[in-house]
Design a protein around this ligand. Structure first.
Ligand code: GPP
Ligand code: MG
Length: 289
């Protein structure tokens, strides 16, 4: 009797569902001035929001300077948000490897590499974002240290125990948290740190408010309730060490954004959701135990 080898299993496709394909299409097409013009301020392209007070002077500047001053101020607040995320990553050595899960155009990855000198891998299901971010890495001269991959954060293919830290900067609303944290638990070294900044809805107010549903619809995402984060972390060996409610700190960013030339129309929904208490802007840092 001859034993035939089973055929080599085909590598799983990066995009696993019609839903993931629609998200990839959205981000492959996205060239919104609210992200591009802000990124052009200093070459750090973010895909997250801002925190901290803005300088009221930008609103009373002469018309010719006003618009670019507001854009620079919004960019400063977005970079301040990423700085807070970095402060929660713990001790990272230059020899460490870290993962940006949902890396967008690379802004947070470059800041982490600049601060810690470590190797950063970013994953995104948008090939346009991956190409954009890799071009940025080459231009910045950090192409050997900061690499972006067309991979799915639910199944990165990276080795178990290979990363010291992982962060998700406003990306978890696109995925199932149990699946995500099961993958993170596999990737993180014992004692490795996970930092999440997210918008989540308030379990206490009972389900998704109208404003939260509008945000979901705008970005084709599924905002999770606050409680879901802690359940999924606990179930996957991630023990929270810090939880910071950034809601009050992000409201000025949205107020400024609403008055800017790059407003996208979603500003009112964020302001309503935050002010009525149906939605929180949360940072959670957790250790892999
Ligand atoms: C995108 O940032 C962030 C999301 C799509 C996730 C939604 C976030 C929540 C907190 C619910 P972006 O910078 O690409 O968005 P925009 O184009 O609106 O600035
Ligand atoms: Mg943006």
């Amino acid at each position: 009797m001859t034993i035939t080898e089973p055929p080599t299993p085909q590598a799983e496709p990066v995009l696993r569902s019609a839903y993931q394909q629609s998200i990839a299409e959205y981000w492959n097409r996205e060239k919104d001035p609210v992200n591009i013009k802000l990124g052009e301020v200093d070459g750090l392209y973010h895909h997250h929001y801002g925190i901290g007070d803005y300088s009221p002077d930008v609103l009373t500047m002469p018309a010719a300077e006003r618009d670019s001053a507001i854009i620079a101020e919004m960019h400063r607040l977005e970079t301040a948000q990423a700085d807070v995320l970095l402060e929660h990553l713990g001790a990272i050595d230059a020899a460490d490897r870290v993962l940006d899960a949902g890396s967008g155009r690379g802004g947070t990855s470059f800041m982490v590499n600049q601060r810690f000198g470590c190797q950063v891998d970013g994953v995104s299901i948008s090939e346009s974002q991956v190409n954009f971010a890799n071009t940025q890495a080459a231009q910045r001269g950090v192409g050997k240290q900061v690499r972006f991959h067309f991979r799915n954060m639910l199944d990165t293919g990276f080795d178990a125990g290979s990363v010291r830290a992982i962060w998700t900067n406003e990306t978890t609303m696109y995925v199932d948290l149990q699946q995500l944290y099961s993958e993170f638990a596999r990737l993180l070294q014992h004692g490795g740190r996970y930092v999440c900044i997210t918008g989540c809805y308030n379990d206490l107010t009972g389900g998704r408010s109208r404003a939260v549903s509008q945000i979901d619809q705008h970005y084709i995402c599924n905002i999770h309730p606050r409680s879901e984060y802690f359940k999924a972390m606990a179930a996957n060996g991630l023990a929270p060490i810090a939880v910071t409610d950034l809601t009050a700190a992000t409201i000025p960013y949205w107020e400024l954004r609403e008055r800017s030339s790059v407003a996208t129309g979603i500003e009112k929904a964020f302001l309503t959701a935050y002010r009525e208490g149906s939605f929180h802007y949360l940072l959670i840092a957790a250790d892999r135990i």
